[in-house]
Design a protein around this ligand. Structure first.
Ligand code: GLU
Length: 503
């Protein structure tokens, strides 16, 4: 069986964009499925734009997503080094070989000259191709010019006739007319390799079997195949993934919302959810079951079934997948993840006791329905910790405004203040008595009771809320939780002070 070796080759010039993360993920899935190797290669020859900081961030995002690599910078491997800036001798030796064989030539045209020619061609409505002016300079003569200090790049000698074609795993046969390709630059006059050259030397020497990357590289692939031919190397197989777009069909960018893996991580999206969602960008599992873990995805993924059409990044679908993945966690995992965001609220003690964790586990379960990610939990928790009748929403105020609502709450207070214990059971009993006493029923009874206990018009069901609040009020939280009795008393006091102001 063919040995599968794939690579992800980011340029460390920014954060890991979800489009690139999806490329990395498809490579990773393919490698894991085929028992192959996943190589990380850092393409840092663009010295001005590359940064160590970015490389670090890229790696930490890949790790967070669970895309561990088998070979790469730091961990090494048999085909290293894995950073292009450390591979210059490889590029150099192959350049010399191509020059000696006449397959490449030195080009002395200055960047200004080339730019002039490019502009002229464009103005005439022609393709801006290199004129071939330096093609016929003999190697000996070129070397002499270099010795006396002239600067030159190196170009691949191509033919003006014929075509170059390849079989793309996703797109089928692709064919390019050589008339539109020109002589690609291999090495720039500053001695650094151009992308289309370095990538071939690296993919070739690293024995990459499949190149899976974005379709923005399709025309580069044609040029790269010419380099493989010149080196008499067999090219790898290619698969070009469609672009990741926003809903408006333009390339996914900041305008659409979060675009980097790090941003989603900060938003509290689980790595398993982003992993799952990215796998669905351009690929669909055969039986339509979309919520999958890593193992399931490795099993089902099929590179040949990846779609050619643009993949639309749907934030709502990602949130749906995240909610599904959140549900699958154990209660203690949920509490741990929630705590990572809740600890900023100042509600919880540090360290948390076992009782606090146990309370949090149950409280988190009641709040998950209403959120897309754990990071959205802190405001939800204010229902337990921030009872304040003087800061009610207009909706809640409206509910308790009437005389009948005040009657309900007063009656509730009388019952709760006379009872030595209070739980949901006793609450149900009390509501029956309040109903009899005040003649209020339905929403005229239940809405004021809810506001009296929560200072809100909506939220958690009271059968979940009451036991959690009663328990919490007896515990030692950093911000004390008011008991139901305290809440009703404060609410009544607030309403009575309002009505005395109005008198
Ligand atoms: N460094 C290139 C990029 O980030 C790699 C493209 C490739 O996979 O060949 O676009």
């Amino acid at each position: 069986m063919e040995k599968v070796r794939v690579r992800f080759a980011p340029s460390p010039t920014g954060y890991l964009h979800v489009g690139n993360a999806r490329t990395a993920l498809f490579n990773w899935l393919f490698a894991r499925q085929k028992g192959g190797r996943f190589v990380l290669r850092v393409e840092d020859t663009d010295v001005e734009r590359s940064g160590e900081e970015y490389e670090k961030k890229l790696k930490s995002s890949l790790k967070w997503l669970g895309l561990e690599w088998d070979e790469g910078p730091e961990i090494g491997g048999k085909k290293g080094p894995y950073r292009q800036s450390q591979r210059l001798p490889h590029y150099k030796s192959h350049t010399q070989k191509l020059l000696e064989e006449g397959k490449a030539y030195y080009c002395f045209c200055s960047p200004q000259k080339l730019e002039e020619e490019r502009k002229k061609a464009l103005a005439q409505g022609k393709m801006p191709l290199y004129s071939g002016r330096c093609r016929s300079i003999p190697l000996e003569e070129a070397r002499k010019r270099l010795e006396v200090g002239e600067k030159a790049g190196v170009r691949l000698r191509t033919s003006d006739r014929g075509n170059v074609s390849f079989q793309d795993i996703i797109r089928g046969s692709l064919d390019f007319d050589l008339r539109y390709i020109g002589d690609p630059i291999l090495v720039r006059s500053n001695g650094l390799p151009a992308y289309n050259y370095a990538v071939v030397i690296d993919d070739g020497l690293m024995e990459i079997s499949h190149v899976i990357r974005g379709e923005d590289h399709i025309s580069n692939t044609a040029r790269q195949i010419l380099v493989y031919k010149a080196l008499s190397w067999v090219p790898p197989r290619f698969a070009h993934l469609s672009m990741v777009m926003g809903k408006d069909n333009t390339r996914l960018s900041k305008r659409h919302g979060a675009t980097s893996v790090e941003q989603f991580q900060k938003k509290g999206i689980l790595s398993s959810s982003l992993f799952n969602y990215l796998a669905l960008l351009g690929w669909a599992p055969p039986e339509g079951k979309e919520v999958l873990n890593k193992e399931g995805l490795i099993k089902l993924f099929n590179l040949e079934r990846v779609s050619r059409s643009a993949a639309i990044f749907d934030y709502d679908k990602l949130y749906w997948i995240n909610r599904e993945h959140m549900k699958k966690l154990s209660s203690s995992e949920k509490a741990q993840k929630a705590y990572a965001y809740l600890k900023e609220t100042g509600y919880f003690p540090s360290p948390m006791s076992e009782a606090h964790w146990s309370w949090l586990e149950r409280a988190v379960e009641t709040q998950l329905e209403g959120v897309n990610s754990f990071s959205e939990l802190p405001p939800q928790f204010s229902i337990f910790f921030d009872f304040d009748p003087s800061r009610m929403s207009p909706e809640a105020r409206e509910i308790v405004h009437s005389e009948s609502a005040r009657k309900v709450i007063r009656s509730f207070w009388e019952k709760i203040s006379q009872s030595s214990t209070f739980d949901y059971q006793s609450f149900v009993g009390m509501t029956q008595e309040i109903k009899k006493e005040t003649g209020c029923k339905g929403k005229h009874l239940y809405h004021p009771l809810r506001v009296a206990l929560t200072s809100r018009a909506s939220g958690l069901e009271l059968d979940q809320f009451i036991p959690l609040v009663e328990e919490a009020s007896r515990m030692n939280f950093k911000k004390p939780v008011k008991s139901c009795y305290q809440r009703v008393a404060e609410m009544l006091q607030h309403l009575e002070s309002l009505s005395s102001q109005n008198d």
